[in-house]
Design a protein around this ligand. Structure first.
Ligand code: ARG
Length: 274
């Protein structure tokens, strides 16, 4: 433990963008969780997603919706659609051709909703899948999806320090599957997902962080959304739920098992409009 005690958790209302999983399916495989041979229950995915959306509203957040597009089964994972900080929008450019059309679709939503400071990126980046804002810094994943050249592009565009982190485990292919921002100065993460150097960086920046077990990370327990106090996360992440309670947070477990078949959960479905 460092000498600094983190501030007591306080919730602040957020604006979130979500996309109904109307056309959700696992018809291709671009991460180890996706098995196109197994049938997907789209109705169940819709019910689980609606529960999450209603929960956000009950917690006092505003949820905006983007229209899902046929033929884009992963569009439900709104976190990947952009990165939004201080009203500035860095568009997403996807790694895989199966998802490329989502980039312009999300960008168009922002243009139609009055956002003017919008950048169509040069480098591949998968939005908040790999960019996580913590206080006035941005943590940035690379290794599987987002190109490290995007980190410089994001730093220049937002004018905030971008700290690059190397992901090494294909099961945790986006930063938001391996690390979760809890508050301005607090995170939780799975050490096994990071290269030794990146892990050392995390330990320097966040000496008091909650470290997730392999089993909690394996049920996507780190794919969580926090408003500073309420932490919405997969209910199967029992160890993290206890650790969060011990720190004064209010964990709220949800079941998004059907979406996990595509390698996504709570945070993946949620793009924060800052
Ligand atoms: N099937 C999607 C993909 O592999 C899942 C995206 C999950 N989103 C996230 N923010 N981690 O791209």
């Amino acid at each position: 433990m460092s000498g600094r005690t983190p501030a007591a958790p306080v919730a602040t209302p957020r604006r979130l963008l979500m996309c109904r999983p109307q056309y959700f399916d696992v018809s291709y495989s671009i991460n180890p969780w996706m098995d196109p041979g197994k049938p997907v229950d789209t109705t169940l995915a819709l019910l689980q997603w609606e529960y999450l959306r209603d929960l956000y509203v009950r917690l006092g957040h505003t949820v905006e919706l983007i229209e899902p597009l046929r033929g884009l089964p992963d569009m439900v994972f709104a976190a990947n659609g952009a990165t939004v900080v201080d009203g500035k929008v860095l568009g997403a450019r996807f790694r895989h051709v199966e998802r490329t059309a989502e980039g312009p679709a999300y960008l168009e939503w922002f243009l139609r909703h009055g956002y003017r400071d919008v950048l169509w990126p040069d480098a591949v980046n998968e939005g908040e899948g790999d960019y996580l804002v913590v206080g006035r810094k941005i943590l940035a994943g690379t290794g599987f999806r987002t190109d490290p050249r995007s980190h410089a592009e994001a730093q220049e565009f937002f004018g905030l320090p971008v700290v690059g982190l190397q992901l090494v485990d294909p099961n945790f292919y986006h930063l938001d599957t391996a690390l979760s921002v809890l508050a301005e100065d607090q995170v939780m993460y799975y050490p096994g997902a990071f290269s030794p150097g990146s892990l050392a960086v995390l330990r320097t920046m966040f000496p008091d962080a909650i470290e997730a077990s392999e089993s909690d990370a394996g049920v996507f327990g780190l794919n969580a959304f926090s408003d500073g106090y309420n932490v919405v996360l997969p209910q199967a992440a029992a160890g993290l739920i206890e650790a969060l309670k011990a720190r004064g947070f209010h964990p709220v477990g949800v079941d998004l098992a059907e979406l996990l078949r595509a390698g996504g959960s709570v945070k993946c479905c949620t793009l924060e409009l800052r």
